[in-house]
Design a protein around this ligand. Structure first.
Ligand code: ADP
Ligand code: MG
Length: 292
């Protein structure tokens, strides 16, 4: 596209609420032929709600949720907020935590009421030597429905499963259809469990899924696609996604971007949803037609 048509496109991009700041960003988006998307907050709303708490034998549901919420309260992860909200809704008194830690891509650990509490995925519980096997069947069933299910462990024993549902954005199916028309191949890359990721991808007709990816490995996965000769965009909304966004041919920060390093060269802030990418690609061409 010529500089004139691109600049016209930028004006409209801003009008369309796309927040695309410069011509270079639009050019990069025009050239991509592969898009790697984070599931949470990109395909989905990113506002998960707790849908089930399944206690382990010997634990009351409210007790597992209360301790989990105490541990999660200082955290900023959307899953943490869902757990705290669920406890609030049930009128539970949420206790304080000491020695809070949040290992990226795994979950949270700390001491609540003098007990060692951990909330997170299989990587976290396995690393702590917790036998999550008694909870596995229930968790897998919930994941098969697209929910994110993670474990609560207390003093090294499984205390329960919390399942949260994060609805697919209403705009996602149309955005994916538009990207397919544009010839952009889409792959999902997520830190979430494989069963959950595959259930959501299947519902959306996305064949390529990489699940249980650690934040530091998202960058490498984007790099591999690039090395395969593709022009790769990476879209994500989490702090953890910043390195992958920076490594892509085009990095796309979703949402408000306040929690993402958007300053990096080649990272574009896109409000709301993936339809912005389709619109951005079509705008310069539409502008070009207008000029001619
Ligand atoms: P995503 O790729 O969806 O952004 P993350 O890398 O943030 O995922 O987290 C990966 C997984 O680690 C989550 O699906 C969840 O199982 C677990 N996890 C991370 N943070 C938390 C938390 N605060 N509470 C419970 N589980 C967590
Ligand atoms: Mg994330």
């Amino acid at each position: 596209a010529t500089p004139v048509s691109i600049m016209a496109g930028v004006g409209r991009g801003a009008q369309a609420g796309g927040l695309i700041k410069n011509a270079e960003a639009l050019e990069r988006l025009e050239r991509i032929d592969a898009l790697v998307v984070d599931k949470t907050g990109t395909l989905t709303e990113g506002r998960p709600e707790a849908v089930a708490v399944a206690p382990a034998p010997g634990f009351a549901e409210a007790e597992a949720l209360r301790l989990a919420a105490g541990l999660e309260r200082p955290g900023q992860h959307p899953l943490a907020e869902a757990v705290v909200r669920a406890a609030g809704k049930r009128g539970l008194d949420v206790p304080a935590v000491e020695g809070f830690d949040a290992p990226a891509g795994r979950g949270v650990t700390g001491a609540v009421e003098g007990r060692r509490v951990a909330v997170g995925n299989a990587r976290l519980t396995a690393g702590l030597g917790v036998d999550a096997a008694p909870l596995a069947a229930g968790a897998e069933r919930l994941r098969g429905e697209g929910a994110t299910a993670f474990s609560v462990a207390v003093d090294g024993r499984p205390a329960g499963i919390v399942a949260v549902a994060d609805p697919v954005k209403g705009t996602t199916p149309a955005a994916l259809a538009g990207l397919a028309e544009e010839g952009v191949r889409v792959a999902v890359l997520t830190g979430d469990n494989r069963t959950t990721a595959e259930a959501v991808a299947k519902r959306l007709g996305i064949a390529e899924v990489a699940a249980e990816v650690l934040p530091e490995d998202k960058r490498r996965a984007a790099g591999r696609l690039k090395a395969g000769g593709r022009r790769v965009a990476v879209a994500g909304d989490g702090v953890n996604d910043a390195p992958a966004l920076a490594a892509a041919d085009a990095g796309i920060a979703m949402g408000t971007g306040t929690d993402v390093a958007t300053g990096g060269a080649g990272v574009t802030l896109l409000g709301g949803d993936l339809t912005g990418i389709v619109r951005a690609r079509r705008l310069p061409r539409a502008a070009m037609r207008n000029i001619r």
